[in-house]
Design a protein. Sequence first.
Length: 333
Amino acid sequence: MKSRLSIIYIIAVCFSVLIITHVYSFVRQPASPPEAVKLEIEPGSSAWEISKKLQEHGIISDYATFMVVAVVTGKFSHLQAGTYVFEGVHYPLDIMGILFQGKTLRYKITVPEGSDIFDIADIVAATGLISKETFIHIATSKDSAQFFGIEAPSLEGYLYPDTYFLAANMTPLEIMAKMINRFKHIYALEIQQKYQNPDFSLLEIITLASIIEKEAAKPDEKPIISSVFHNRLKKNMKLQSDPTAIYGIDNFDRDILHKDLERDSPYNTYRYKGLPPGPICNPGKDSIAAAIRPKQTSYLYFVSKGDRTHAFSKTLREHNRVILIYRKKPDKR
């Protein structure tokens, strides 16, 4: 009897050693798929189903051993659903950690200052998450603005320019919510507390900021350009800002012509006095601050010098003389 027990004990020990050796070898042996693997783990998938899927795609070598490790480490019931990308060398414990922590596929996008809804739609569509048309349709809807509690014709102006990380399967509204929340954070914490202008509503501030963003190439000129528009508004003069005339034209990539300035659009400040009905792009922090707090000047005109800076004038006569200096065609701005 003792002899049999000894044999059983020896077999059990040997079997245990084999299992431990196999598991040790498994966790020490990285998998390296020949190319990046994009794997979709459906909600409700069991650890067993996930393990088999990982082996089928060459991400691990043995789904049964992977399951054993998952049980031993207590991660068996905590592997999360989502879209994952596995590329390069990964050890099994790395794979398990990625699934346990839900490190799903994330897309990095950067929205430059001055981007309009059409520009942002191109940037987001490049990730493949949603189409450009869908993004534009939702972002330009007044219903979307109301959904986020924004009193504006659309979400233009409130999709704050910054770098964002988007997860797979995010809806258009979820993507826009990230940008709007960033706008609210920047405006409330870094702008509103520093500057006050009770004469303008938030919509008017962001609308003016968007025009400043499009007109100014140099940050230090933004408060001066803002003063020109503030002075014109006080005198009930048309703002006559070129970028407002072409707002809404997708992929506009040529010089602005005289016929563009005559375009019948409610945003065209060559045709209509006052501010447009809403922003023409999504301005950055400096432009918003400049809109609220312009520099105190008597300027009513400015013209490009051709080097990303502007010449400012107080009278139309002076303005026309400056235009001739910089070999510009006379303009009434």
